[in-house]
Design a protein around this ligand. Structure first.
Ligand code: FAD
Length: 293
């Protein structure tokens, strides 16, 4: 089912989870366990990331196939076009079409960490809006793009970033999934800015549960999500080195954040699971118990 149809036909906000293909045997075993627990929550759909430069091409395909055929889950297949030429782009998307994928999310991607080994194709496309313009006329997928409540880390200004987001929508994007944020006000302001420029597609907020301070700092540094004073103070007040207390704090923080988003009428919640299930299961169960999902 197309995700836009899920939003128009549904009576309640959707719940969806992001997964990435495992990078090791150990990762594969823990993902397998996580998938079973996440699938038991009956999400409206799950998404699968795609490594820029095609680095997870086979892993992404295998995970999509597993989620669709073994777990009967609705899937959004992400596609990052960084460095890929037209033939590679269509090869990946043709394969997704053959797998019966109905939804994709088109992102630019970033250069792989080991850039020395990777040579971008000379005809690769510089921005997600260019990718949208290239793939939209060729495929029937329901297509989404990424949005950044605090502005993309490279953007000249939030206004310019929204202008480019509008271009992605004009080029055929039917929904937006947002980067995560730790203060809902960033998301609410972003939605207002989008509306002001005429972006009228559903905007799904991304929520990132906190379970490791090191990972939170590393990821937030990479994607420009502000670690707010309130969040920092909450973490500083926890017993030092108490991992369980941090996970519980992260769950409480995310539940509070999700309640605020749901009360504001978001179309759903997209949880960045990091291929783990504990926090996500607790968050969704708490929201369901409170009748919010
Ligand atoms: C929900 C979500 C899912 C993601 N999934 C993946 C994934 O699976 N794989 C992966 O590798 N990465 C993924 N990313 C990360 C993403 O690839 C990076 O954030 C990347 O840096 C930007 O991608 P984009 O599609 O937003 O790029 P773009 O929309 O191209 O924007 C990138 C930058 O260029 C600017 N810009 C855009 N268009 C123009 C233009 N025409 N002229 C000048 N400047 C312009 C923008 O303001 C922005 O600063 C995801 C991000 C999100 C939020």
């Amino acid at each position: 089912m197309k995700v836009t149809d899920v939003w128009t036909s549904g009576q309640r906000p959707t719940v969806s989870f992001e997964l990435f293909p495992p990078r090791s045997e150990k990762g594969a075993v823990s993902l397998e366990k996580a998938i079973d627990k996440l699938a038991a929550l009956k999400p409206d759909f799950v998404s699968v990331t795609f490594g820029a430069g095609g680095s997870t091409r086979e892993g992404s395909r295998q995970l999509i196939e597993k989620l669709k055929s073994e777990k009967s889950l609705g899937v959004i297949a992400y596609f990052a076009g960084y460095g890929l030429g037209p033939a590679d782009i269509t090869a990946v998307l043709d394969q997704y079409q053959e797998l019966g994928v109905e939804n994709i999310l088109v992102v630019r991607g970033d250069p792989p960490h080991d850039e020395k080994k990777f040579r971008p194709h000379p005809e690769s496309l510089p921005h997600a809006s260019d990718l949208m313009a290239f793939v939209r006329p060729k495929y029937n997928f329901c297509m989404g793009v990424a949005g950044y409540p605090e502005g993309h880390i490279e953007c000249e200004s939030k206004e310019k970033d929204i202008e480019y987001l509008k271009l992605k929508v004009n080029n055929g994007a039917e929904y937006i999934i947002s980067n995560y944020f730790y203060d809902n006000q960033y998301f609410f302001d972003f939605v207002e800015l989008c509306k002001a420029v005429g972006i009228d597609v559903p905007i799904l907020p991304g929520v990132m549960p906190i379970f490791s301070v090191k990972m939170m700092e590393m990821l937030s540094n990479l994607c420009g999500a502000t670690i707010t004073d309130e969040l920092r103070q909450g973490i500083d007040a926890l017993p030092e080195g108490d991992k369980e207390a941090l996970v519980d704090f992260g769950i409480d923080f995310a539940v509070h954040q999700c309640k605020g988003l749901l009360e504001a009428g978001v179309p759903g919640l997209h949880i960045y699971t990091m291929d783990r299930s504990t926090s996500t299961v607790a968050i969704v169960n708490r929201l369901r118990k409170d009748g919010l999902l």
